[in-house]
Every structure is written in structure tokens, then in C-alpha cells.
Design a protein around this ligand. Sequence first.
Ligand code: SF4
Length: 434
Amino acid sequence: MSGTAKLQELFSTAGVSGRPELYKVTGEDAVRSALDQQATGFTVYIHVPFCRVRCGYCDFNTYVNGFGAGADRESYHDSACKELALAAKFLGENKLVPPPASSVYFGGGTPTMLSVKALGVILEEVARTWGIKPGAEISTEANPDTITDQVAQDLAASGFTRVSLGMQSAVPQVLATLERTHCPENLPQAVAALRRAGIAVSLDLIYGTPGESLTDWEASLRAALDLEVDHISAYSLVVEPGTKMHALVERGKLPPVDPDSQAEKYQLADTLLSAAGFEWYEISNWARRLDAEKLPSRNIPDATFLANASRHNLAYWRDWNWWGIGPGAHSHFGQVRWWNRKHPRGYAGSVAAGDLPVQDGEVVTAASRELERIMLGLRTASGVKHLTPEEGTRLSRLVEMGYLQPEAADQGQALLTLRGRLMADYVTGELLGW
Ligand code: SF4
């Protein structure tokens, strides 16, 4: 069965076709829509599956080499544009015309392995295909070594508003264990170049690398804070099976990740970031607080810090619809989820033949949707509202255990405490009565 036929079958089974009410975007302002918990909008993710080297801990769908026409760094943008055109045709045939995209996010891999011109071509195709809302967040991930003044200015000229730099650590031996190639000394100039170009900067950090001490982690956090960015993500290292790092841990060449040390590092991150004026808005994400006067949407209560939040990620956590472009990319419309062919060569072959590169997908059951609603909502500082009566009866026990905030629970809302953030999966299971 072709990819397009597979997706059509899923849309028909779920009854998604011809239901424009799937999008409930309020207002024209993309910032406001992303912050409004009642809205449901549309976002676009572009996967760029290339990296300079393969880091030993990484299990993302990314490759060092190219695979010929449409599947190498020089021509990948052609394939992405073809998928965009096929996606728009498919949705049009299903009488679904999404609202203009509230955000576009280029992830990877390392998107800046493509030229800025190629990234701009893909972005223009998104604008031509679905439109992009005024004030939309246009982000790309980038390796600090790839950002020069010229690249930063070209990104701004192409419409990018935000860059997420993969800092990971400020400690050379930690970067060496992660097999990250960037040079920590290049980070300040990359941040400065982006700032000069008027682009917002986020830093991605990883804690828990084998051999990283608490002092190392503190040094990384302080180095990130010294750069005075408005957004910091801190992810706990997960040693995924199948990675080189996993093999080294299995063979005893590297120590395993210690959960107690991870918890200590998370708490240190929250302490230092909070003291520096950041607010957590998702378990792994902190945004700098703004003055109330500078807020884009003053009548939305949680906007005091969300103005600096990643609006694209908020869309995921709030269950918006998105189309993921590229090899292995995942997409979500209503109750339908699907994912693309993983290898760039197969992906490029599908789109060149005029077929959507869909590998497989599923119609999500009501129980799975409720699980996602609780799991994703709990991760955020908005928590979960509108619990079912059964879920509501389980709040008090979780408050007693110190995992949920009592004031929010009194209002029928599940909102994690700092201790609860370390136990989010457990709290999800308990709320669902597992
Ligand atoms: S640069 Fe990022 S995406 Fe690429 S291999 Fe390393 S960790 Fe994975």
C-alpha cells in the first residue's frame, strides 16, 4: 500500500476528514494563541537528518553521509518541499485547510548542516503551502560552531526568530564523553552573533553524563547563566540501547547513570535557574521571567514567563495538530498519529514518486488520549485541569506524598511540586489509577 493510501485509511477510520473544527485557534496573534490553553492550532516540524559526526549517546535519526539526489545535504530541501506540497494536497482533498502555522521548528540532526539558503527555501515553501501567522516563532537547532555573524544575519533575514544552541556542558571532559565536537569557547561568540542579529537564544544542556560530578554540572549551569539568554533546557541523559555509549556502559568502560545523582542535579538546576530569574514551565525547560508590562498577552495568567517559552514545544504539550516533514518525522492530526519512512533514501524516493512518505500510523484510542493529556499536562507548570471524578479522588493522596501542590489540588488541578517533577511518571500512573 502506498504511503498516501495508508494515511487516507487512517483519516477515514478516525473520521478526521472534513472536520475543520479540529483547529480552534483564537485570535490572529500567534503568541496569544500559543499561550491560550483553550486554543488548538497548527505547527510544522522540519527534520534535517544530517550531522557532522555521530555522538556516542545519540539515537536520533541522523546520518553523517548523504545518500544521493534528494537525500544529501545539497538537495535535501527539494525532498522536504515535495513533501510539503504532497501534504497540502492530501489535506485539501480531505477538506482540511489548516490555519497558518503558529510556529515552524527545524530540528535534527543539525539543521545548520544545510545552508541557510536551503533552510530559507523550505521555510518559504511552508509559507506558500499553509501560510505563517504574524509573530510566529521560527526556530532552528544549531551547533554553536556553525554560527558566525554572517550565518546569524542570514538566518534573521530568512525569517528565523529563535535558535536553540546545543551547549550540553561547559566542561571539556564531559563534552568529550558525549563525543560532542563543538568547542565551548565558541559559545559566547555564537550567542553574541545571534543577539546582534535580533534572534532569541535558547541553550540546551545535558546532565548525568558518566563521570560528570555535581561540581561539573554546577559549572555548566553557571556558564549558561553567564551568557544571559532567556531560555534554558536541561535534559537528563538517557543511555539508549543501541548507542555506542550504551555498549560502553554494558562493558563497564563507563559508569551507569545514577538516578540519585540525577535527582540532585535536577534540583540544583532548578535552584540556580530560579535564583537567576528563570521559571520552570515544563519539566526540562525554564524561561526568564518578564516584567508584566512587557507581556504580549497580559490577560493570560501564566504568560508572565511563557513569553520567553518555546511556543513550538508548548504546542506539542497542549496537543495541537502538527505536520512533521522529513525522514522519520512524526505527525499528529486529531486522533491520527503517523510517522515517515526513516531512511533518507527511502524517504526521498517516496516523495520523488509523488507519494507521501508515510511508514505507518495509528488511530489513538480515548484511553491513550487521556493518558497523553495527563502525562503531557503534568509536565507543564499549568498542570492538568478538568480531571475526571475518579482522577479527582486521587489528588489528596498525592498531595500528602508531597508530589502535588495543595492549593492547586483544592481547585481540582494536578500541579507538580519540585519533588513531584522527579516522579512525574509515577504521578501520571497514580492519577490514572494504574
Ligand atoms: S549533534 Fe545532536 S543530533 Fe547530531 S549526533 Fe550529536 S547529539 Fe545526535
